[in-house]
Design a protein around this ligand. Structure first.
Ligand code: GLY
Length: 597
């Protein structure tokens, strides 16, 4: 009987599967969820059969009207409350964006930047909002090099020169003004309350503050805010109040973006950066601008993929890799078989090599987006893939090396009752960014300047991403991997997804999409499935736990080197179907939660 069900599932015959499932599932059995909702959704419609299948290990959260998936439970609840009050997906996204700055300070932020994709159900349009940080006008190509041309350690990471002009507040305000429906005060009130009255410290927050104590305590203002007197750590269960941040949020709530980019807060940010020997001026803050860009568009086995264009590399390379994968019958290879992983690794290797050479801020350099995302170019690349043996990355140009890329970004996905959607990824770059809090504001400042190439083309690898195209220039935006993504099927909204994870964002997002499309997984199984990553250099397949030793041996026999490392990504995804919304927050992150109503 099981093999019969498998066969039927393979044919996507969900109606027949449903009838079979009814034979096995008692009517009162509700599925367990990956992240159990605080208030489990009350269902007034039949459960979607493929979701509550006995063939699935993980099950998504189901809801009838709307869904919010974020990396932190309090922020999810705030987004859900906004949806229930009649706000649309953008309203909820703005509220969540501010809330995460309070509840997930290592990545949620006011002092960083990011990208938001908005799907407007009425016009069926996808809008891409770029609120990435910009290099201050005093920045220069060689600003991190000494006289001998060598990179000076820590300047692009833990120093005033590491801070890019923040974009988050203007990005959220732009989204609200153009696509939201509720007032700024309504959307910011919950986060002001949380900052003022305090949040209960979770084990996750306590752990991250403990891990970061040495680095953060170098900044007296940061030490004052994030640690108790005498430098004692907050413990899980403690109350954590952020009075300065509450005041900053109140100012923004009353004055809008001017409250952040002009006046006392802007002055405090510029002063703190300059005291730390950076060169950001109040003028840089006053002149910061958000850009609406054309989303990257691709297709994969009949669904349409929309993702973020440069200065993110995410959209281009998700589409490029999916274009290559379309040339293979992944389904018949079997999920995470050696042949499947070999094919993923070989396609990723080629795309990440291209990334290192071609990608940068398209306002400053020409990025060959059309070629990189064309099916023809994908076929050309696929022609060089040997199905039986790994290609050495040495044999794939170009010649840059890619060092550490922070995975401390955060993503949220939201769909409202009208079918509007938001896919948003934003970041401070490193965990808690530069570690510097601007005096008296409670605002942690990013170290996004580290995402530029400090020494473009250097063979031993300095600079986060790539070569000349990603060299530093005044007012330029550093290249990113952040890939908020929206998938349409039959011209209808189908999936909203994205993840943190540095360079692994691209590979994690495309594996999630492929897991749903090629392997017919529900969104929770697709989320939980073991991920792999290859980024050209280093020439290894990075794997999570969960692959069999047999598979690993088969991959080694093909010439691959594998490295078992920390888990990758924290996808926050929602699928929309006729029967409702299905959300899955990544079990890799302890506090993440999907909730619907
Ligand atoms: N800072 C990580 C990224 O932008 O991809």
């Amino acid at each position: 009987m099981h093999s019969l069900i498998r066969k039927i599932n393979k044919k996507h015959n969900s109606a027949f599967t449903f009838l079979l499932m009814l034979c096995f599932i008692p009517p009162n059995v509700l599925a367990t969820t990956v992240s159990a909702p605080i208030n489990p959704p009350v269902t007034s419609q039949p459960l979607q059969p493929a979701i509550y299948s006995k063939m699935s290990i993980h099950h998504p959260v189901w809801a009838e009207h709307g869904m919010v998936a974020t990396q932190e439970a309090l922020a999810t609840q705030i987004g859900l409350d906004i949806l229930k009050q009649g706000g649309n997906a953008v309203d909820a996204a703005v509220a969540v964006g501010y809330a995460l700055a309070v509840t997930l300070p290592r990545a949620g932020n006011l002092g960083g930047g990011g990208f938001m994709l908005v799907y407007l159900a009425n016009s069926k349009k996808v809008i891409a909002i770029d609120y990435r940080e910009k290099a201050p006008s005093g920045a220069s190509r060689d600003m991190y090099l000494d006289q001998a041309g060598e990179v000076i350690p820590n300047l692009s990471t833990y120093h005033g020169l590491a801070v890019g002009t923040p974009g988050t507040v203007m990005g959220l305000e732009h989204a609200r003004k153009h696509y939201g429906t509720l007032t700024r005060e309504q959307l910011m009130a919950p986060s002001i309350k949380l900052a003022k009255e305090g949040i209960i410290v979770t084990a996750d927050l306590a752990n991250s503050l403990t891990a970061m104590q040495k680095r953060l305590s170098q900044w007296p203002e940061t030490q004052r805010i994030f640690y108790k007197k005498e430098g004692i750590n907050y413990q899980a269960g403690d109350l954590f109040i952020q009075t300065d941040l509450a005041n900053t949020l109140t100012t923004i709530s009353q004055q809008g973006e001017k409250g952040f980019y002009q006046g006392e807060i802007a002055q405090a940010i510029a002063n703190s950066v300059q005291e730390a020997k950076g060169n950001m001026s109040i003028k840089d803050l006053q002149q910061y601008n958000v850009v609406e860009r054309e989303a990257i568009k691709g297709s994969y086995r009949g669904v349409q993929i929309y993702s973020m264009p440069p200065p993110s590399s995410g959209g281009v390379h998700i589409v490029q890799i999916l274009n290559m994968l379309e040339n293979y019958d992944l389904t018949s290879m079997g999920h995470n078989s050696a042949q499947h992983i070999h094919t993923l690794a070989e396609t990723m290797r080629r795309a990440y090599a291209d990334r290192s050479l071609h990608l940068g801020d398209s306002d400053f350099v020409k990025v060959p987006v059309n070629t990189l995302t064309s099916k023809k170019y994908a076929k050309q690349l696929v022609a060089g893939i040997n199905p039986d043996h790994a290609t050495s990355s040495k044999d794939i140009q170009p010649d840059a090396n890619l060092p550490y890329e922070s995975d401390q970004t955060t993503h949220f996905s939201i769909i409202d009752q009208w079918g509007n959607a938001v896919s948003n990824t934003y970041t401070l770059n490193y965990s808690y960014g530069s570690g510097m809090v601007a005096k008296g504001t409670g605002v942690l400042l990013n170290n996004e300047m580290d995402d530029f190439s400090a020494k473009p083309g250097h063979p031993n690898g300095y600079g986060l991403i790539g070569g000349e195209a990603n060299a530093i220039a005044p007012n330029k935006r550093p290249l990113s991997s952040m890939s908020p993504t929206i998938v349409l099927k039959d011209e209808q909204l189908f999936m909203v997804t994205g993840t943190p994870g540095g360079s692994r964002i691209i590979s994690s997002t495309l594996q999630l999409i492929s897991n749903v499309i090629d392997f017919n997984m529900n969104i929770a199984d697709a989320t939980a499935a073991t991920r792999i990553h290859h980024q050209w250099l280093p020439d290894t397949i990075r794997i999570e736990s969960g692959l069999s030793l047999d598979t690993i041996r088969l991959l080694e026999a093909k010439g691959h080197e594998l490295q078992l490392k920390q888990t990758m990504g924290s996808t926050q995804s929602i699928i929309k179907q006729k029967s409702g919304f299905y959300g899955a927050s990544d079990p890799r992150t302890p506090s993440s939660l999907s909730l619907g109503y």
